[in-house]
Design a protein around this ligand. Structure first.
Ligand code: ZN
Length: 432
C-alpha cells in the first residue's frame, strides 16, 4: 500500500532527481478557513489567556482543542502586513534567503503598495508570476473567498484578478480570476472585523467556500493607536476572541461541517510599543499559530506535527537552519495539505506534516547530517517498510531498502546521496 510522501522546501533543486508520488495529505478536508489576525502579538496574547482565561473563552477553546504554538515566526526580514500576507498566500519569503536561488522570494517588501500594483509586476522580477493558494484551489474547480480588512491589501486580490491571474491549465478552465469572492477594504471603527466575520459565519451555516482567507485587522489598528500590551489592545483581542466564538458557533451549529473543516489561525506579525516595523524585535517576530481540525490532537504542540520544523526558543531563527521555525509562510502550504492539494509551485515554505502516533504516517525529507544532501525519514513506531523503485509504470518493481537505515529514536532515517547523472528514485512506505 502506498502512503503519502512529502517533500521539504529546501530541496527543490533535487526534485527532478527525487520524484515524489503525488498523494493525498493527511486529514484532507473539503473546507479550510485560513485566518490572519493582524498584529496578533503572541507574547502578549499568551499571558492574557493564561492570566485571564475567563475573558478569552475561544482562545482557551483553541488551546484545549487545537494543535498550537505561541512561538511561530513572521517573515525573517519584514514584520509588516502587506509583505507577510503575500508570503501567507504564496508560501514564499519576502527576500531571497542566503544560498537560495533568485527565484525563491516574492520580493514585494513595501507596506504601502501603489494602487493597481501586483505581486507579479512589482515583486521579484525573476518570478514573472507568483502562484498562490488561491490559484491552487480555484484552478481545481473549488471555491475561494478572500476577505481583507485593509484597502492596501487589494494587491492580493488585484494580483489574482480576471486580468492579472494566470491562465487555468489545471483540468477544466475555471478562468483567470482565482477567487469567487474577494474584497479588500478599510473596515468601519470600532468593530473592524465584524462585517467579515458575519459574512463568514453566514457562509458556515450553509456551504462555505472550500478555501476562505479571512483577515481581521482590529489588533493592528488598536495597537498603532493605543500601543500593544495596553488595556485597549487587550480589549481588541477580547473582541477577536468574540469573532472566533461567532465562527465556532456557526461551525458547531452545522452538522454537515463536522470533520469536514479545518481552521488555521495565525498572526501576520506581532507588535510592541506602538509599532512593529523592527523585524529583529521578539514581540514583533513572535506570532501564535493554531490549527484546529480533524487529526490534530486537543491541546497538542503544533511543532510535533512537522518533521522539518523545530521550536526556535527565543531566537528569531533564520532560513538557513537545518530545522527552521514554523513561520506564517508555512500556513500557505499547510492549508493546501489540509485540503489534500499539492504544494504551491515555486513555494519555499513546505512544512512536512507527519501525524505523531497516528495511523497515517508519512515519509518526509530531512536535511541530512554529513555529506549526503537528503535524508528520508518515517515514524519508527510502525511496521512500515521502505521500498524504492527507479521507475514508475504498470509493472513497477518495488525493492525493499534493507541497509543503511538508522534511527533517531522517533524516526527511521535513510541518507540519500542524489546523483544528478541518473534519472531519480521513488520511495514508498508499505505496511508489512
Ligand atoms: Zn501595523
Amino acid at each position: 500500500m502506498i502512503t503519502w510522501l512529502h517533500r521539504a522546501g529546501q530541496w527543490t533543486c533535487w526534485m527532478s532527481w527525487l520524484a515524489w508520488l503525488a498523494a493525498p495529505a493527511p486529514a484532507a478536508v473539503p473546507h479550510v478557513l485560513h485566518i490572519s489576525v493582524d498584529a496578533m502579538s503572541a507574547l502578549y496574547l499568551k499571558s492574557y489567556v493564561s492570566n485571564n482565561p475567563a475573558v478569552f473563552p475561544n482562545f482557551r477553546r483553541l488551546e484545549q482543542q487545537a494543535a498550537f504554538t505561541y512561538n511561530a515566526r513572521c517573515d525573517y526580514d519584514y514584520s509588516e502586513t502587506i509583505p507577510n500576507h503575500i508570503t501567507m498566500l504564496t508560501g514564499r519569503p519576502v527576500s531571497q534567503p542566503a544560498g537560495q536561488p533568485a527565484t525563491t522570494h516574492h520580493g514585494f517588501n513595501q507596506n504601502m503598495p501603489t494602487a493597481g500594483a501586483t505581486i507579479h509586476a512589482n515583486g521579484n522580477p525573476a518570478v514573472p508570476y507568483k502562484s498562490s493558494s488561491l490559484d491552487m484551489v480555484h484552478d481545481r474547480g473549488m471555491s475561494v473567498t478572500i476577505l481583507l480588512g485593509k484597502s492596501r491589501l487589494a494587491i492580493c486580490t488585484n494580483s489574482y484578478s480576471a486580468v492579472n491571474g494566470a491562465a487555468d491549465t489545471e483540468g477544466v478552465d475555471n478562468g483567470r480570476k482565482k477567487f469567487d469572492r474577494g474584497v479588500a477594504m478599510d473596515m468601519p471603527s470600532p468593530n473592524y472585523g465584524k462585517a467579515f466575520v458575519d459574512e463568514v459565519s453566514t457562509s458556515l451555516a450553509g456551504t462555505p467556500a472550500n478555501f476562505t482567507f479571512l483577515h481581521i485587522v482590529d489588533p493592528d489598528t488598536v495597537g498603532h493607536a493605543s500601543g500593544w500590551g495596553t488595556a485597549a489592545w487587550s480589549n481588541s483581542m477580547i473582541r477577536v476572541d468574540g469573532y472566533l466564538g461567532q465562527l465556532f458557533t456557526a461551525i458547531d451549529g452545522n452538522p454537515a461541517l463536522a470533520g469536514k473543516l479545518a481552521m488555521i489561525i495565525v498572526g501576520d506579525h506581532g507588535g510592541t510599543g506602538s509599532t512593529h516595523t523592527d523585524a529583529t524585535q521578539i514581540y514583533n517576530y513572535t506570532v501564535p499559530m493554531f490549527v484546529w481540525g480533524p487529526g490534530f490532537s486537543p491541546g497538542s504542540d503544533l511543532y510535533g506535527y512537522f518533521t522539518n520544523r523545530a521550536n526556535p526558543g527565543t531566537l528569531r531563527g533564520d532560513y538557513g537552519a537545518d530545522m527552521p521555525a514554523l513561520r506564517n509562510g508555512d500556513t500557505a502550504n499547510l492549508a493546501m495539505a489540509l485540503l489534500g492539494l499539492p504544494v504551491i509551485p515555486g513555494s519555499y515554505f513546505q512544512p512536512a506534516l507527519a501525524f505523531p502516533g497516528a495511523s497515517r504516517p508519512c515519509l518526509a525529507l530531512y536535511p541530512a547530517p554529513g555529506a549526503a544532501r537528503l535524508c528520508v525519514g518515517w515514524p519508527a513506531s510502525t511496521n512500515l517498510v521502505l521500498e524504492y523503485s527507479d521507475s514508475i509504470g504498470t509493472n513497477t518493481q518495488w525493492l525493499r531498502v534493507t541497509q543503511q537505515i538508522t534511527s533517531d529514536g522517533t524516526n527511521n532515517l535513510l541518507n540519500v546521496v542524489p546523483n544528478p547523472a541518473t534519472a531519480g528514485r521513488y520511495y514508498r512506505l508499505r505496511q508489512n
